[in-house]
Design a protein around this ligand. Sequence first.
Ligand code: HPA
Length: 259
Amino acid sequence: MTIGIIGGSGLYCLDELVTREKRVCVTPWGEPSSPLIVGSFEASPQSDVVFLPRHGEGHQLPPHKINYRANIAALRDQQASAIYGVNVVGGINREMCPGDLVIPDQIIDYTWGREHTYSSGGELSAGAGSDSSEMPIQHVDFTYPYDQVLRDNLLQQAIALGLQVHSGGVYGATQGPRLETAAEIARMERDGCDIVGMTGMPEAALARELGIPYASLALVVNMAAGLGEEEITMAQIGSVIDSGMVKIRQLIAAVVQVG
Ligand code: HPA
Protein backbone atom coordinates (compact mmCIF):
# COMPACT_ATOMS: atom_id res chain seq x y z
CA MET A 1 0.00 0.00 0.00
CA THR A 2 1.42 3.36 -1.04
CA ILE A 3 0.75 6.25 1.33
CA GLY A 4 0.73 9.78 -0.05
CA ILE A 5 1.71 12.64 2.26
CA ILE A 6 1.20 16.26 1.29
CA GLY A 7 3.32 18.62 3.37
CA GLY A 8 2.13 22.14 4.15
CA SER A 9 3.98 25.23 5.37
CA GLY A 10 7.05 24.13 7.32
CA LEU A 11 7.00 20.55 6.05
CA TYR A 12 9.00 20.51 2.84
CA CYS A 13 10.73 17.20 3.40
CA LEU A 14 10.52 14.21 5.72
CA ASP A 15 13.91 13.59 7.32
CA GLU A 16 12.88 10.06 8.28
CA LEU A 17 12.10 9.19 4.66
CA VAL A 18 14.82 7.18 2.95
CA THR A 19 14.51 8.48 -0.59
CA ARG A 20 14.55 5.90 -3.37
CA GLU A 21 13.78 8.35 -6.12
CA LYS A 22 12.80 11.94 -6.83
CA ARG A 23 10.21 11.53 -9.56
CA VAL A 24 9.35 14.38 -11.94
CA CYS A 25 5.73 13.93 -13.03
CA VAL A 26 3.44 15.54 -15.55
CA THR A 27 -0.31 15.01 -15.49
CA PRO A 28 -3.03 16.02 -17.95
CA TRP A 29 -3.66 18.93 -15.54
CA GLY A 30 -0.04 20.08 -15.53
CA GLU A 31 2.83 19.59 -13.13
CA PRO A 32 2.51 19.00 -9.39
CA SER A 33 4.07 21.46 -6.93
CA SER A 34 7.43 19.64 -7.03
CA PRO A 35 8.96 16.30 -7.99
CA LEU A 36 7.53 13.49 -5.87
CA ILE A 37 9.81 12.04 -3.21
CA VAL A 38 9.40 8.27 -3.26
CA GLY A 39 10.80 6.11 -0.49
CA SER A 40 10.21 4.37 2.80
CA PHE A 41 10.57 5.30 6.44
CA GLU A 42 13.74 4.24 8.26
CA ALA A 43 11.74 2.57 11.03
CA SER A 44 9.49 0.70 8.59
CA PRO A 45 11.52 -0.36 5.54
CA GLN A 46 8.51 -2.18 4.08
CA SER A 47 6.54 1.06 3.88
CA ASP A 48 5.90 2.75 0.57
CA VAL A 49 5.60 6.52 0.83
CA VAL A 50 5.22 9.31 -1.71
CA PHE A 51 5.80 12.80 -0.34
CA LEU A 52 4.81 16.05 -2.00
CA PRO A 53 5.41 19.54 -0.54
CA ARG A 54 2.23 21.42 -1.47
CA HIS A 55 3.87 24.86 -1.73
CA GLY A 56 6.91 23.56 -3.63
CA GLU A 57 10.31 22.68 -2.23
CA GLY A 58 11.14 26.33 -1.45
CA HIS A 59 7.61 27.47 -0.57
CA GLN A 60 7.28 29.41 -3.82
CA LEU A 61 3.57 28.67 -4.44
CA PRO A 62 0.89 30.67 -2.59
CA PRO A 63 -2.31 28.78 -1.71
CA HIS A 64 -4.31 30.08 -4.69
CA LYS A 65 -1.57 29.20 -7.21
CA ILE A 66 -1.14 25.58 -6.17
CA ASN A 67 -2.10 23.11 -8.90
CA TYR A 68 -4.23 20.94 -6.63
CA ARG A 69 -5.52 18.87 -9.54
CA ALA A 70 -2.02 17.97 -10.70
CA ASN A 71 -0.94 17.20 -7.12
CA ILE A 72 -3.73 14.72 -6.45
CA ALA A 73 -3.53 13.20 -9.93
CA ALA A 74 0.24 12.72 -9.58
CA LEU A 75 -0.27 10.87 -6.28
CA ARG A 76 -2.99 8.75 -7.91
CA ASP A 77 -0.58 7.94 -10.74
CA GLN A 78 1.91 6.67 -8.13
CA GLN A 79 -0.83 4.33 -6.85
CA ALA A 80 -1.33 6.21 -3.58
CA SER A 81 -4.23 4.44 -1.88
CA ALA A 82 -4.42 6.91 1.02
CA ILE A 83 -3.44 10.57 1.34
CA TYR A 84 -2.67 12.49 4.52
CA GLY A 85 -2.63 16.27 4.01
CA VAL A 86 -0.78 18.38 6.59
CA ASN A 87 -2.19 21.90 7.04
CA VAL A 88 -1.26 24.82 9.27
CA VAL A 89 -4.28 26.74 10.50
CA GLY A 90 -5.54 29.52 12.73
CA GLY A 91 -7.69 28.63 15.73
CA ILE A 92 -11.25 29.98 15.85
CA ASN A 93 -12.57 27.65 18.55
CA ARG A 94 -11.03 29.06 21.78
CA GLU A 95 -9.94 25.56 22.77
CA MET A 96 -7.85 25.11 19.62
CA CYS A 97 -4.73 27.02 20.54
CA PRO A 98 -1.27 27.46 18.99
CA GLY A 99 0.65 24.18 19.11
CA ASP A 100 -2.49 22.00 19.16
CA LEU A 101 -3.14 19.28 16.60
CA VAL A 102 -6.60 18.96 15.05
CA ILE A 103 -8.00 16.14 12.93
CA PRO A 104 -10.90 17.94 11.27
CA ASP A 105 -14.08 16.10 10.34
CA GLN A 106 -15.89 18.77 8.32
CA ILE A 107 -15.18 21.55 5.85
CA ILE A 108 -16.76 24.85 4.83
CA ASP A 109 -15.28 26.11 1.59
CA TYR A 110 -14.91 29.90 1.16
CA THR A 111 -12.34 29.69 -1.65
CA TRP A 112 -13.10 30.97 -5.14
CA GLY A 113 -11.63 30.86 -8.61
CA ARG A 114 -9.54 27.74 -8.01
CA GLU A 115 -9.51 24.82 -10.44
CA HIS A 116 -11.49 22.67 -8.07
CA THR A 117 -12.77 19.67 -10.03
CA TYR A 118 -11.82 17.00 -12.55
CA SER A 119 -15.43 17.01 -13.68
CA SER A 120 -14.98 19.16 -16.73
CA GLY A 121 -18.04 17.72 -18.39
CA GLY A 122 -16.15 16.32 -21.38
CA GLU A 123 -17.37 13.08 -22.84
CA LEU A 124 -15.16 10.19 -21.80
CA SER A 125 -13.98 9.52 -25.32
CA ALA A 126 -12.54 6.27 -26.61
CA GLY A 127 -9.04 5.90 -25.24
CA ALA A 128 -9.61 8.51 -22.56
CA GLY A 129 -8.78 7.34 -19.08
CA SER A 130 -6.21 8.17 -16.48
CA ASP A 131 -4.15 9.94 -19.18
CA SER A 132 -6.97 12.21 -20.18
CA SER A 133 -8.08 15.46 -18.57
CA GLU A 134 -11.57 14.79 -19.87
CA MET A 135 -13.78 13.34 -17.20
CA PRO A 136 -17.55 13.11 -17.30
CA ILE A 137 -19.65 15.15 -14.89
CA GLN A 138 -19.90 13.49 -11.51
CA HIS A 139 -21.50 14.74 -8.32
CA VAL A 140 -19.48 12.97 -5.68
CA ASP A 141 -20.89 12.44 -2.20
CA PHE A 142 -18.98 14.82 0.07
CA THR A 143 -21.22 14.65 3.15
CA TYR A 144 -18.26 13.47 5.20
CA PRO A 145 -15.28 15.01 3.42
CA TYR A 146 -12.55 13.13 5.29
CA ASP A 147 -12.00 9.39 5.38
CA GLN A 148 -12.96 7.98 8.76
CA VAL A 149 -10.42 5.13 8.72
CA LEU A 150 -7.55 7.52 8.08
CA ARG A 151 -8.86 9.91 10.75
CA ASP A 152 -8.98 7.00 13.21
CA ASN A 153 -5.40 6.04 12.32
CA LEU A 154 -4.24 9.58 13.09
CA LEU A 155 -6.20 9.74 16.31
CA GLN A 156 -5.09 6.36 17.62
CA GLN A 157 -1.43 7.01 16.91
CA ALA A 158 -1.62 10.52 18.37
CA ILE A 159 -3.07 9.09 21.58
CA ALA A 160 -0.45 6.32 21.65
CA LEU A 161 2.28 8.97 21.36
CA GLY A 162 0.69 11.04 24.11
CA LEU A 163 0.09 14.01 21.82
CA GLN A 164 -2.58 16.59 22.62
CA VAL A 165 -5.08 16.28 19.77
CA HIS A 166 -8.59 17.50 18.98
CA SER A 167 -10.53 14.61 17.44
CA GLY A 168 -12.77 16.73 15.24
CA GLY A 169 -13.47 20.21 14.00
CA VAL A 170 -14.80 22.21 11.08
CA TYR A 171 -12.08 23.44 8.72
CA GLY A 172 -12.96 26.76 7.07
CA ALA A 173 -10.98 27.10 3.84
CA THR A 174 -10.25 30.70 2.84
CA GLN A 175 -8.70 32.10 -0.32
CA GLY A 176 -5.65 33.89 1.05
CA PRO A 177 -2.88 34.69 0.74
CA ARG A 178 -3.85 37.49 3.13
CA LEU A 179 -5.13 36.56 6.56
CA GLU A 180 -8.78 37.24 7.37
CA THR A 181 -10.43 40.31 8.87
CA ALA A 182 -11.87 40.11 12.39
CA ALA A 183 -15.37 40.32 10.87
CA GLU A 184 -14.66 37.45 8.50
CA ILE A 185 -13.52 35.30 11.40
CA ALA A 186 -16.60 36.32 13.44
CA ARG A 187 -18.77 35.21 10.52
CA MET A 188 -16.85 31.94 10.20
CA GLU A 189 -17.36 31.35 13.91
CA ARG A 190 -21.12 31.91 13.50
CA ASP A 191 -21.00 29.48 10.57
CA GLY A 192 -19.51 26.86 12.88
CA CYS A 193 -15.85 26.86 11.80
CA ASP A 194 -13.31 25.74 14.41
CA ILE A 195 -10.14 26.35 12.43
CA VAL A 196 -9.19 28.39 9.36
CA GLY A 197 -6.65 27.61 6.67
CA MET A 198 -6.00 28.33 3.00
CA THR A 199 -5.10 24.96 1.50
CA GLY A 200 -7.69 22.42 2.67
CA MET A 201 -9.76 22.92 -0.44
CA PRO A 202 -10.07 21.88 -3.19
CA GLU A 203 -7.53 19.22 -2.18
CA ALA A 204 -9.98 17.11 -0.16
CA ALA A 205 -12.69 17.23 -2.83
CA LEU A 206 -10.30 16.29 -5.63
CA ALA A 207 -9.12 13.24 -3.69
CA ARG A 208 -12.76 12.25 -3.26
CA GLU A 209 -13.39 12.68 -7.00
CA LEU A 210 -10.53 10.27 -7.71
CA GLY A 211 -11.75 7.89 -5.00
CA ILE A 212 -8.63 8.20 -2.83
CA PRO A 213 -9.23 8.15 0.94
CA TYR A 214 -7.99 11.47 2.36
CA ALA A 215 -7.58 12.98 5.83
CA SER A 216 -6.12 16.22 7.14
CA LEU A 217 -3.76 16.70 10.05
CA ALA A 218 -3.85 20.35 11.08
CA LEU A 219 -1.46 22.27 13.31
CA VAL A 220 -2.83 25.43 14.94
CA VAL A 221 -0.18 28.15 14.62
CA ASN A 222 -2.06 31.27 15.74
CA MET A 223 -5.41 32.39 17.06
CA ALA A 224 -7.42 33.65 14.09
CA ALA A 225 -7.87 37.36 13.38
CA GLY A 226 -9.49 39.33 16.16
CA LEU A 227 -9.24 36.53 18.73
CA GLY A 228 -5.69 36.94 20.04
CA GLU A 229 -4.23 39.74 22.10
CA GLU A 230 -1.54 40.57 19.60
CA GLU A 231 -1.01 41.14 15.91
CA ILE A 232 -0.47 37.92 13.94
CA THR A 233 3.15 37.86 12.78
CA MET A 234 5.04 35.47 10.57
CA ALA A 235 7.74 35.24 13.25
CA GLN A 236 5.22 34.00 15.81
CA ILE A 237 3.73 31.54 13.30
CA GLY A 238 7.22 30.35 12.33
CA SER A 239 8.21 29.46 15.87
CA VAL A 240 5.00 27.44 16.44
CA ILE A 241 5.55 25.67 13.12
CA ASP A 242 9.09 24.71 14.13
CA SER A 243 8.02 23.03 17.37
CA GLY A 244 4.73 21.68 15.97
CA MET A 245 6.32 19.95 13.00
CA VAL A 246 8.31 17.76 15.37
CA LYS A 247 5.00 16.29 16.58
CA ILE A 248 3.63 16.05 13.04
CA ARG A 249 6.69 14.13 11.83
CA GLN A 250 6.43 11.76 14.79
CA LEU A 251 2.75 11.17 14.14
CA ILE A 252 3.17 10.60 10.42
CA ALA A 253 5.98 8.12 11.02
CA ALA A 254 3.76 6.21 13.47
CA VAL A 255 0.80 6.17 11.07
CA VAL A 256 2.98 4.90 8.23
CA GLN A 257 4.43 2.20 10.49
CA VAL A 258 1.02 0.72 11.25
CA GLY A 259 0.15 0.92 7.54
N1 HPA B 1 -5.94 32.09 8.59
C1 HPA B 1 -5.82 31.39 7.44
N2 HPA B 1 -4.84 30.51 7.23
C2 HPA B 1 -3.95 30.32 8.20
C3 HPA B 1 -4.02 31.01 9.42
C4 HPA B 1 -5.07 31.95 9.63
O1 HPA B 1 -5.19 32.61 10.68
N3 HPA B 1 -2.98 30.59 10.17
C5 HPA B 1 -2.31 29.66 9.43
N4 HPA B 1 -2.91 29.50 8.24
